[in-house]
Ligand binder design. Structure first.
Ligand SMILES: [Zn+2]
Ligand SMILES: [Zn+2]
Ligand SMILES: [Zn+2]
Length: 278
């Protein structure tokens, strides 16, 4: 399984569009190697986890042709994770597709966002090739060759925010963007299912800041606690890639600072364009 981390920032991006802080100004001077865009992870050139406003710029920067994309798994409806407007361009005179059918999977709110954002410009000829599937936490199903397990995120109480375990040919990736830890029920569900993850991504929005129990994201100390729990439950092992991501400008996540994190905490720090093969 090929996993590409295309977008590794929190909602505001790095540099943040409207921000005049010292860190964002420094990043503007440093150039693209320090830039971080909104959430998207792309697997095997066909499965996207989230589809952010930067999907188009990801296609430019990393030479990706999204005509082969068959599945989009959306964690939740926040705009940095699901930018539905672009789907009006998937067909008609705008695109010749490698595979006509696209399936989007998300919660009820994601479906609403899709309907709202495509209301004005969607053509029937484009819409007929897009299937919107409403899903919930604690499901275990197949999308083509991919086994998908859904888990509840601790993120926003107004919707069923989701996390995903994605497996193909016995290799698994656990996607934990936008959550504050995992509930015992979710951890036990993974363990009971016999999940073995060769790669895990962890929300590390807050870097070294401590969080309280109602936080919607994690810092490195929450990540280390969760990493340990996953290891103890045999969901991960010593060879698992543990990757931190979804950084905010507030934590000043420069590449140099994150290299220090890698050494100090024994973890991999994602950047836009990081690729893993499991
Ligand atoms: Zn987010
Ligand atoms: Zn800033
Ligand atoms: Zn969010």
């Amino acid at each position: 399984m090929k996993i590409l981390f295309l977008g590794t920032a929190a909602a505001e991006g790095i540099p943040a569009m409207f921000c005049n802080c010292e860190f964002c100004n420094q990043v503007r001077k440093s150039g693209p190697s320090e830039f971080r865009t909104r959430s998207q992870v792309y697997i095997d050139d066909c499965l996207s986890v989230d589809f952010s406003p930067e999907a188009y710029s990801h296609s430019l920067r990393f030479g990706i042709n999204f005509s082969s994309m068959k599945y989009v798994f959306v964690t939740h409806s926040h705009m940095d994770h699901f930018y539905a407007h672009d789907f009006i361009l998937r067909g008609y005179k705008y695109a010749e597709l490698e595979d006509e059918k696209l399936e989007i999977f998300g919660n009820e709110e994601v479906k609403k966002v899709f309907d709202e954002c495509t209301l004005r410009e969607m053509r029937g000829i484009v819409l007929k090739n897009i299937k919107m599937n409403v899903i919930e936490p604690f499901q275990d199903f197949y999308a083509g060759e991919y086994r998908i397990i859904t888990l509840p995120a601790n993120h926003n109480k107004n919707e069923n925010c989701l996390l995903f375990y994605i497996e193909r040919n016995g290799k698994g990736y656990l996607h934990l963007y936008d959550t504050h830890g995992l509930s015992e029920k979710a951890l036990n569900f993974l363990a009971e299912k016999g999940v073995k993850a060769q790669a895990v991504s962890f929300d590390c929005t807050f870097m070294e800041s401590k969080t309280n129990s109602d936080a919607r994201h994690m810092g490195i100390y929450d990540v280390l606690t969760l990493k340990e729990r996953l290891f103890k439950l045999n969901i991960t092992d010593n060879r698992t890639f543990n990757v931190i991501t979804h950084f905010s400008h507030n934590g000043r996540p420069s590449r140099a600072r994150l290299e220090e994190f890698e050494k100090k905490y024994g973890i991999t720090a994602a950047y836009d364009g990081l690729g893993l093969e499991i």
